[in-house]
Design a protein around this ligand. Sequence first.
Ligand code: 2M8
Length: 438
Amino acid sequence: MPDVAIPLMYAAADVLRANDRGERTVAAPRLYPHQWSWDAAFVAIGWGTVSVPRALDELRHLLRGQWATGMIPQIVFSAEPGYFPGPDRWRTQGLPTVPTDVQTSGICQPAVHSLAVWVIGEQARRNGGADAEAFEAFLADTFEAWFRWHVWLDDARGSHPSGLIEIHHPWESGMDNSPRWDAACARVRVGQMAPYVREDTKHVADVEQRPADADYDRYLWLVEQLVSVGYEDAAAREVIDFRVGDVFFTATHALSAAVLATLGDRLGRTAQANTLRGMAARARAAVAATADPETGHARDFDMRAEEWLRADTIGGFAALICGAEPDVYAALTSDLLGPDWCGHPRLANPLPPTTSPDSPAFVSRNYWRGPQWPVITWLFTWALRHHGHAEAAKTIAAAGRDQLADGTFSEYYDAVTGAPLGSRNQSWTAAAALAWAT
Ligand code: 2M8
């Protein structure tokens, strides 16, 4: 039964209701007025605790943006203003692979969607009755779409000998300005492009909480490079300045493909389930093979420079998401809980910081360079429990809930002072509060 305080759950549900736009939820009220891919998955998990049909609508709406290739795009745009870059800059419209009834960006985000389907399915089964029926119908309708998403990742983004899923833009990682990408970003050579004005910095109290202008120049330049090849995957691999094997993305693909395989079994889709299991096993092995011999932490791989990327970040714990050999898993779990990470004496809350406080790249209040992100905390607690480490999950979840007791549902929190940062009433933060309540 819920061990999140009841008023906090009500407040979290109110945030989702306020951000609800019918069949989709804006990622944040002002900063992110569209539907983001991995946000939608977490948000659907949150909705699932309030209304299973509404959760399923969220995922259905996201799938309206799915490309003919199978890619689920990073953003399904609405008509609401206030976000840059919008459809004009992405220029995906008219491409043969894009949907015609919604506008989307041209890149993707971590594959947590089938995990969301799984979690909502468990909730629906517990509820029984109409919710269970609605879920079964949804699964039968959409299984193929989730399957095609994983097949696309495996084919179009999983062909490198490392087996890692490759990304072509830091935004695809979801951890935009993480130190994970510093070395690879330094190799991006920004060329001529149309001028632009950032919108994001108008919505935060302090620009120091957001990526730097130089980061944005690179982000926009990489969009130009993708536009130049019409977002064609094989061509993009040749031209793009940023081509990186993302170990955390790979871990989400492995976990999601594995749970989707189990759902496929239930539907009697044995061949597809076996395909998914094969992908999951390959991706898990790829994550395991990145382990730094000294620390045991997972590493990203720069496919342009052909070198490992070393950064002490939360990405190092990717194997906790997808699973690993029992001794490896146990060692990583105790490291995460220990004095270098959650138990670091500088931290305001004993929660995973996005970058190690001992790293020279750590900035406690800057976006993905140090702050704690409740949604990431939730993902780790779910995965720890799923992989048999319920006690560790409980410990971290308790601290995660304490952090949310301020009621701001902030996008992220200063790792050292504990101050709420970024957007307030961020949908996936509210969703994390609700998900911890089940
Ligand atoms: C942030 O990223 C977007 C670009 O995708 C941005 O800064 O404009 C990231 O935190 C990303 O992980 C998240 O999905 C998105 C919406 O919450 O915001």
